[in-house]
Write a protein that binds this ligand. Structure first.
Ligand SMILES: O=C1O[C@H]([C@@H](O)CO)C(O)=C1O
Length: 548
C-alpha cells in the first residue's frame, strides 16, 4: 500500500511550553503528524516549503532508504535543500516494522520544531511479527526546548568566544511542556500563558488490567533523558526497530535519536493519576522535569487532575554506571537474532574530542572536524564532480595510540575537512567510537551516534581506553542488538559493525544538534556507482547550479 501525506512547512507562533515562540511547523503543527504505515508500504510525502527565506530538508530517521538514497533528506550529503516556495516529494519504502522518527536535517532546523514519529506495523503473520502481546498502544515523543531561536544558537556556536546553547528551558512530551516561571518570561518580554490548552499536560488513558505498548522516541537537540511512568515498571521490548530480549526497568534512559518500546501493565490503584516524567541525565540538569499524566478509565480521578505525588526525578544525573548497564542489557530477542558477520574487513577507530580551530570551539574525529560541502556528496559523485569536496580520505585512527583520554589534550588544534570514507561495497566495517576528556578538566559527555542508511550491530561497550589487542575478543557476536543510534558513554568506547551493502552516501554523526553543527560527524560512501539515476529535484545547488 501507499501512505500519502501532503505537508506544508511554515513558521507559526507556538507555545509548546506556554511561552510563545516562532516554530517551524508541518501543516501548522509541532510535532508534525505521525506517519503510520505497515511494513513494506511505500511512503510518499509531498513537502512544500512555505518558509519565506529558509531552505528545508527532512530526514526519515531509522529508515534505511534501500534503493532510494536520494530520499534520505540530509542536506549537503544526499540532496540540495528544498528552496522557499519549492516542493519536493520524498518516496521511500518502510521495509522494517518498528518505531522511527523524522526531523529536519539542515543547519539546526530540527531544534526549531520540525519533527514527528513514524510508526511501522509488522506485516501480519510475517517473520517480523512481534514476539510480545499488548492490548493498546501509546506514543511518546520526547524533546527539549529553548526560548532562543535556533539562529541565535547557531550564531553563538560559531562565535569566539563560544556562545553555548546551555540547558533547555523545558522538556516536552508530545510537544507539550510547562515553563515554570511565566512571570520571569513575561518580565523578559516574552508572552507566557500557563492556561493555554496548547501547553496542558498530555493525558495517557489506560484500562485497568490491560497491557500497553508505549512507543518512545527522543528527538532532543541536546539532552539525554530518563523516562519514567510513576508506579509502573517497564519491560523493554524494542529498540530502534529491533526486538529486544525483554528486560524490566523502573525507568528508561533514552538518548537523542533512539526509540524504544516498553510494555506496562495497568495494575495500580485506578482511583488516582500517575506521572509520566522526563528528566535530564548525563549533563548537570538545569531544566525542570517534563511531565504528562497517566490516568485509568473508570477510576475516580478526573483524567486531567495532577497526581497527588511529586513527579519522579530519575536517577542521579551523573550515574554513568546505571546508564551503561542499560546499554549492555539491550541485546537481540532470542527469536530474532541476526548474527553479525564473524569478522570485519576494516576497522575505523574514531577518537571524539573537543578542539579549537582559530579560537572556535569544535568537535573532531581523529582531529578532523567535519564540515558539509556545498554540493551534496551523492550529487557530486554521481556527476563526477571531483572538486566538490576534499578527495583526501579522513584518518582511520588517531595518530597517538598512547593518547590519554582522561587528560585535556595538549594541542587542541584540529583541521576542518569535508572528505569522506569510501567503503568497499559489500565489505564489513567496524567502527570504534572512543570518547575522551573535553577542553575542560574532568569533563567527558555522552554522545549518541546515529548512522544513516544502516542498522549496525552493537558489539561492545567499555569505559576507559579501547585496546584493539584485547577488547575485540569480548565482543558480543552471539546476540548483539541492531540499532541506528548508540551512546558512547563518558570516557568510554562503543564498538559497532555494519555491512556496507546499501548503495549511497550516508552520514554518521553525533545526534546532538549543536555537536554535529560543530563538526562531530563523518560520511561514508559505498557502491555509489550502483545508485540509479538521481531525481533532478535533488540537484541544482553548488557545482550543479544551472543544471549540470
Ligand atoms: O560542545 C559543548 O560545549 C559546551 C562546553 O564544553 C563549552 O561551554 C558543552 O557542554 C558542550 O557539549
Amino acid at each position: 500500500a501507499t501512505v500519502h501525506q501532503e505537508w506544508e512547512i511554515s513558521y507559526q507562533f507556538k507555545s509548546p511550553d506556554c511561552v510563545r515562540k516562532l516554530a517551524v511547523t508541518i501543516n501548522g503543527q509541532t510535532p508534525g503528524p505521525t506517519i503510520r504505515a505497515t511494513q513494506g508500504d511505500t511512503v510518499v510525502v509531498r513537502v512544500k516549503n512555505s518558509l519565506l527565506t529558509e531552505n528545508v530538508a527532512i530526514h526519515w530517521h531509522g529508515i534505511r532508504q534501500i534503493g532510494t538514497p536520494w530520499a534520505d533528506g540530509t542536506e549537503g550529503v544526499t540532496q540540495c535543500p528544498i528552496l522557499p516556495g519549492d516542493t519536493f516529494t520524498y518516496t521511500f519504502v518502510v521495509d522494517r516494522p518498528g518505531t522511527y522518527m523524522y526531523h529536519a536535517h539542515y543547519g539546526m532546523q530540527r531544534s526549531a520544531g520540525l519533527n514527528g514519529l513514524i510508526v511501522v506495523a509488522a506485516a501480519r503473520g510475517g517473520p517480523d511479527a512481534e514476539p510480545f502481546r499488548y492490548d493498546g498502544e501509546h506514543h511518546v515523543l520526547l524533546n527539549d526546548w529553548w526560548h532562543k531561536s535556533t539562529y541565535e544558537q547557531a550564531t553563538g556556536l560559531a562565535s569566539v568566544p563560544l556562545g553555548w546553547v546551555g540547558e533547555p528551558q523545558s522538556l516536552l512530551i508530545n510537544g507539550r511542556g510547562r515553563f515554570v516561571n511565566c512571570s520571569a518570561a513575561a518580565a523578559a518580554g516574552m508572552t507566557c500563558n500557563a492556561t493555554l490548552p496548547e501547553c496542558a499536560a498530555p493525558v495517557f488513558a489506560v484500562v485497568p488490567g490491560k497491557t500497553y505498548r508505549f512507543r518512545i522516541a527522543s528527538v532532543t537537540s541536546l539532552s539525554a533523558l530518563n523516562f519514567e511512568i510513576e508506579g509502573h515498571e517497564m519491560t523493554v521490548v524494542e529498540a530502534d526497530g529491533h526486538y529486544v530480549k525483554p528486560f524490566v526497568v523502573k525507568n528508561l534512559n533514552i538518548y537523542s535519536g533512539e526509540t524504544y518500546s516498553v510494555l506496562i501493565k495497568a495494575d495500580q490503584d485506578p482511583n488516582r493519576n500517575y506521572w509520566l516524567a522526563s528528566n535530564v541525565v548525563s549533563r548537570e540538569p538545569g531544566t525542570p522535569t517534563g511531565t504528562a499524566v497517566l490516568s485509568y478509565y473508570g477510576g475516580r480521578s478526573s483524567p486531567r487532575k495532577a497526581p497527588p505525588t511529586t513527579p519522579p526525578t530519575g536517577p542521579a544525573w551523573n550515574d554513568t554506571t546505571y546508564r551503561f548497564r542499560q546499554s549492555v542489557a539491550t541485546v537481540a530477542h532470542p527469536a530474532h537474532v541476526q548474527p553479525p558477520p564473524p569478522r570485519a574487513d576494516r576497522t575505523i577507530l574514531l577518537l571524539n574530542t573537543q578542539n579549537k580551530i582559530d579560537g572556535h570551539i569544535k568537535w573532531a574525529l581523529n582531529n578532523v572536524s567535519f564540515t558539509l560541502p556545498h554540493t551534496p556528496y551523492l550529487v557530486a559523485m554521481k556527476n563526477g564532480l571531483l572538486g566538490a569536496f576534499d578527495q583526501r580520505p579522513p584518518p582511520e585512527t588517531y595518530a597517538h595510540q598512547g593518547y590519554d583520554i582522561y587528560a585535556v589534550q595538549r594541542n587542541p588544534n584540529a583541521t576542518v575537512s569535508d572528505g569522506l570514507y569510501r567503503l568497499q561495497f559489500g565489505s564489513v566495517v567496524d567502527v570504534v567510537l572512543q570518547n575522551a576528556n573535553m577542553l575542560a578538566a574532568n569533563k567527558s559527555e555522552t554522545h549518541p551516534w546515529h548512522l544513516h542508511g544502516h542498522d549496525f550491530w552493537v558489539l561492545g561497550y567499555g569505559i576507559g581506553r579501547f585496546d584493539p589487542a584485547v577488547h575485540p575478543a569480548a565482543y558480543n557476536l552471539k546476540d548483539p542488538i541492531l540499532k541506528n543510534t548508540v551512546a558512547v558513554h563518558p570516557y568510554g568506547w562503543t564498538a559497532l559493525r555494519f555491512k556496507a551493502d546499501n548503495p549511497g552516501v550516508w552520514a554518521f554523526h553525533c545526534h546532538i544538534e549543536s555537536h554535529f553543527f560543530m563538526g562531530m560527524g563523518i560520511v561514508f560512501e559505498e557502491g555509489v556507482e550502483r545508485v540509479a539515476q538521481l531525481p533532478k529535484e535533488i540537484t541544482g545547488c553548488g557545482m550543479t547550479k544551472g543544471g549540470h
